[in-house]
Design a protein around this ligand. Structure first.
Ligand code: HEC
Ligand code: HEC
Ligand code: HEC
Ligand code: HEC
Ligand code: HEC
Ligand code: HEC
Length: 262
């Protein structure tokens, strides 16, 4: 970032219209509440935490193979889709092993929501429980590298092999060899005073394969084709589909804007 004028504008952007501050505290960051069908049935809403799952699985596995939408509330999960082995039930089926123990089942037939043996409330947690989540977050992410804002630096955690997210599961994924794309794409920021952006294909493909981004989020595979603005990103389009919701938040300007303006 260059110059006083640039910095002043930057502060104004960060403070005001773009609302790109640090946002939710780390244990709540990336939490999605699914409640549409739960509300209708009069059972507590379901909380889904990205941090506990992304430490174990890639984004691609859930958002392509399992088929969850990358937008809260868009998938249409119900007790019956879960029971039929889709959605949460693709893994939480009472049979699939995790660390040699079967994973607790989603919406098991005949279970009562408050039966302590049935594990319903592990998902149907309802509001509250933030203190318990903060404790579990601290336990699960202990020892993982942190970024400037105190969030887990998942990119480094994976590069250092402290997390090894699984990209394919038997019975769920069609085995295949991943496509390769070694290219770093340079993107001009469109503002003379703002550093340019470096986009790394190898670093993104680890988590996202290719299908998560092409063709839905970035239809063109020619760099420089789609022009979009920071405002669109902060409203959840393009890079903002993930950054600011699940991947590191937009307040960390310099992690993307790292090509100094000459
Ligand atoms: C692994 C997580 C998980 C567990 C465990 C779980 N559920 Fe669910 N359940 C969900 C999700 C997700 C939904 C969809 C919520 C929504 O979008 O409103 C749901 C929806 C429901 C609904 C709403 C009605 C419908 O048809 O969708 C009922 C009732 C329900 N579950 C009952 C239960 C009962 C009873 C148990 C325990 C025996 C249980 N669930 C355990 C994840 C879970
Ligand atoms: C274990 C499965 C799973 C994994 C792994 C996973 N997600 Fe998700 N993701 C979900 C579910 C479930 C939802 C909620 C879908 C819904 O509400 O319809 C979701 C929603 C999202 C949303 C929308 C959030 C919002 O607030 O609108 C984004 C963005 C997202 N995921 C990105 C990612 C990224 C990036 C990764 C990898 C770093 C990832 N997900 C890994 C299951 C997963
Ligand atoms: C790709 C497989 C996979 C999918 C899909 C998945 N989960 Fe999980 N989930 C796991 C694994 C593995 C764990 C870790 C279990 C453990 O540590 O014992 C876990 C843990 C959890 C926990 C922590 C429970 C506790 O008390 O410790 C919750 C809550 C949860 N999942 C909810 C959900 C919900 C809700 C969905 C669907 C919206 C979902 N999961 C989809 C694999 C999955
Ligand atoms: C996180 C999102 C994301 C993922 C994952 C991703 N790409 Fe891209 N890709 C982009 C962006 C952004 C551009 C630049 C497009 C632009 O600026 O308009 C791009 C550009 C490209 C280009 C054009 C490069 C050039 O210099 O002209 C190709 C080819 C490409 N991607 C192939 C792939 C392949 C193959 C994979 C999987 C290995 C992949 N992409 C994964 C976001 C992604
Ligand atoms: C996840 C990556 C990412 C983060 C984090 C990020 N940006 Fe950007 N920003 C971009 C991309 C990509 C573009 C360029 C889009 C294009 O021109 O195609 C851009 C463009 C801009 C521009 C050019 C003018 C405009 O409105 O498009 C400004 C100014 C800007 N960003 C400011 C910021 C500030 C201030 C922050 C921190 C509060 C920030 N950015 C954080 C990716 C990011
Ligand atoms: C499909 C989801 C998704 C989209 C879209 C996406 N990213 Fe990312 N990005 C991730 C994930 C996941 C990581 C791993 C780190 C994390 O989760 O915080 C990451 C990491 C990064 C990193 C750190 C690694 C590195 O290269 O140094 C940068 C910088 C970055 N993204 C920039 C961008 C920019 C710029 C765009 C838009 C052109 C973009 N991302 C679009 C998911 C996404």
């Amino acid at each position: 970032m260059r110059g006083l004028a640039g910095r002043a504008l930057l502060l104004a952007l960060a403070a005001g219209s773009l609302a790109m501050g640090p946002g939710a505290p780390p244990p709540e960051y990336g939490r999605v509440v699914l409640g549409r069908s739960a509300r209708k049935a009069g059972v507590p809403a379901v909380g889904f935490d990205h941090w506990r799952h992304r430490a174990l699985f890639t984004c691609r596995l859930c958002h392509v193979d399992v088929g969850f939408a990358m937008a809260a509330g868009e998938t249409g999960v119900t007790a019956s889709t879960n029971r039929s082995g889709f959605h949460c039930g693709a893994c939480h089926d009472g049979k699939r092993l995790h660390q040699e123990k079967p994973l607790f089942a989603a919406c098991a037939e005949g279970g009562r929501i408050d039966d302590p043996a049935a594990a319903c409330r592990r998902c149907h947690a309802g509001p509250g429980g933030a203190a318990r989540r903060a404790e579990e977050f601290a336990r699960i992410t202990a020892g993982l590298p942190r970024d400037r804002l105190g969030h887990v630096d998942w990119e480094r955690a994976e590069a250092e092999r402290r997390v090894r997210p699984v990209d394919q599961l038997p019975g769920l994924s069609i085995p295949r060899r991943p496509l390769e794309m070694k290219k770093e794409v340079a993107i001009a920021s469109g503002a003379a005073w703002m550093d340019g952006i470096l986009f790394s294909h190898p670093k993104h493909s680890v988590w996202n394969g290719c299908e998560v981004c092409h063709p839905d989020i970035f239809p063109s595979t020619h760099s420089g084709q789609a022009r979009y603005s920071m405002l669109q990103i902060s409203s959840g389009e393009y890079c903002g589909v993930c950054h600011g919701r699940v991947a590191f938040p937009l307040g960390d300007c310099e992690r993307c804007h790292k090509r100094p303006v000459r």
